[in-house]
Write a protein that binds this ligand. Sequence first.
Ligand code: PEP
Ligand code: MG
Length: 288
Amino acid sequence: LRKSARQSARVVAATMNGQRVEVLANVSTRRDVAVAEETGADGIGLYRLEQYYLSRNTPPSTAELLSELNAMFSGFGSKPLTVRLLDLGADKPVSYLNFPVEDDPFLGCRGVRLLLRFPELLDAQLKALLQFGLSREVHVLVPMVTLASEMEEIRKKMCSIAEQEGIRRLPKLGAMIETPAAALGVEEIIKHADFLSIGTNDLTQYTMAAGRENPLVNDYFIEDHPAVLRLIRMVVAEAGDTPVSICGELAGHLNAIPTLVHLGVRTLSVAPPLIPDVKQAIRTISSA
Ligand code: PEP
Ligand code: MG
């Protein structure tokens, strides 16, 4: 990046009428974090744990997870970090877990559904994140929520582990909104969530009934289809004071950004190389 571009990338972006919009980074690897630092991310909006789990032959212990988190973000200053609980399913099996075999993994036991079936997997993550949260501003994001009760269960788990460990400072807990049921059920979900993050990749797949990795139905996978935008608008409206971010690919589509900001979205989380252009796009939005 040129020096001037680098400097303006480091400042939080605002529209021409002064509305600030945070631009965070989606990361999976240390390299991603380094690029996010370089391109001026205002924080990490989505750390996907899947690559770390898929690269191993055994499930990580709490201590291993904690040291991975520390190594991952030690060079990232004190900016806020959102870590998503593991989002695996039968489409991404790991050798060390006895996954249920499924014909239709995307409609099956993935994300929070899987975590609730493998309590030891969930507990190790929550324990590590509670400890990590003692030294950093950490937010914990729950993947593939469909029922408010899933958030309630995760919150209960987090609170009971915190009590056992004598930890009084709890990370904020957020729900991924990436199923139509979650988008339509925000009113119930926010009773158990401190923030929401809309995953437009899965939300598009489930709304348009078009698999995100299926080239045959690529023409139906329309991330800015009015049906998807209406759900986003509904989520922002129903969320009230609960903060809402967007962390799917749509957040990095420069021509969609004015619409998202007009719908009331104030936080976008995108692939690190896109951050300067996303901030620039925000700065050219002219009216409320
Ligand atoms: C999404 O579904 O939009 C999302 C951000 O999660 P992932 O791409 O990891 O499924
Ligand atoms: Mg998703």
